[in-house]
Ligand binder design. Sequence first.
Ligand SMILES: Cc1ncc(COP(=O)(O)O)c(C=O)c1O
Length: 428
Amino acid sequence: MLTRRDFTRLFALSGSAALLPPRAWTLDDFDVTTEALPARRGAPDEKYWEAVRARYLLPREVIFLNAANLCPSPLPVVESLHASTMGYERNPSPSVRSGLMRDGREAARSLLASMLGVTPEEVVITRNTSEANNFVSSGLQLGPGDEVIVFSDNHPTNLTAWREKGRRFGFTVTTLQHVVPHPGAEYYLDLFAKAITPRTRLIGFTHLTSNSGDLFPAKEICAMARARGVLTLLDGAQTFGALDVNLGEIRPDFYSGSAHKWPCGPKECGVLFVNREVHDRIWPSVIGVYPGAVGISQKLEGMGQRDDARLVAYAESIRFREAIGRTVIEDRLRELSGYLIRELKKIDGVEVYTDPAPDRSANLVVFRPGALDPRRFATALATNEGVVATVRAGQDRPGLRVSPHVYNTMAEMEKLVAATRKYVAGER
Ligand SMILES: Cc1ncc(COP(=O)(O)O)c(C=O)c1O
């Protein structure tokens, strides 16, 4: 177990308190340990997930359901970041630096390649999904006569970014509208196929949208586009580190993700996959020194000095994830989200926007809490129940977005459902 001194140091390091209700937490509020994760025999049970949770600096009474936004890192990652940073600050010598570079960037690249089913030569280590998406929209040679197709539910970095660059470089951007509820994989495959024209150069879409939790038939859309000579940019911010994503099977031309979301990695680290077939089609957006060691990283990753300690921690976060297991994590996230969809639907007045079918959703649930104002509901949940979630205000699917992860327990899901039932009933 952590000593009080360890805890004070780590808690000061984690910075996670800013997201939590304003309270001074003490060691007694945590069940946290620095011991290695216990080996698992067979399928994981709730006891195992409690052990996973004990590797995160999450206060016992906080139900953190905001993975889609930013995730806490497990202790081995926090420790790694601390140890590497201290190692260099105490001894800022070239040999320490080159050790960090070896254990950081290139180690992370190999681990990422294996995790995503691709080669290290196809992996660029970015700062986040935003940067990765923009590397694509800024790096492709597009101009008058060209067209890019995007999806209305894309993040601004895969939507507004294309429109802005279209204005600048003269290509057109066609936006396809999302449908609520999820109309099914066939509908979207057909929608994208019919939208392609002889001028279409790229389709930019989202693997799983942060606005509704809708999952897209990525493999099918990429295959259809490939057969028509159209490139694909697949925004994986909500699947990278959450689902068992095999890019060797999905075969997009580009895939982006953030380490600080589902992989629970250090903040401000990301990934851009560039299929080897299109390495000659993309220009670097940043031209500088200290590029990556292999493949496309030699062209796109010359971003000057990097925080090598952070990249060592990035590698550690992937090891932690791999120790739990790719399919084990995906199954767990589907179990937690599936439970929420099923049980929230049973509450009179609650509308769950996310479709429970496994090919339409996975790890993110959006729901309207009856007639309750989503902001007031979220405030009540945070203040009285310790729930951290995202409010969706406005006209488009107003409500609450919850995104459970490996550090959540089934008991927490039950608490959220019970609290929702209580508040929604109280409104009437
Ligand atoms: C689908 C999608 N793409 C991109 C992003 C941007 O991620 P980041 O801020 O880590 O670059 C987000 C953030 O929530 C997202 O949901």
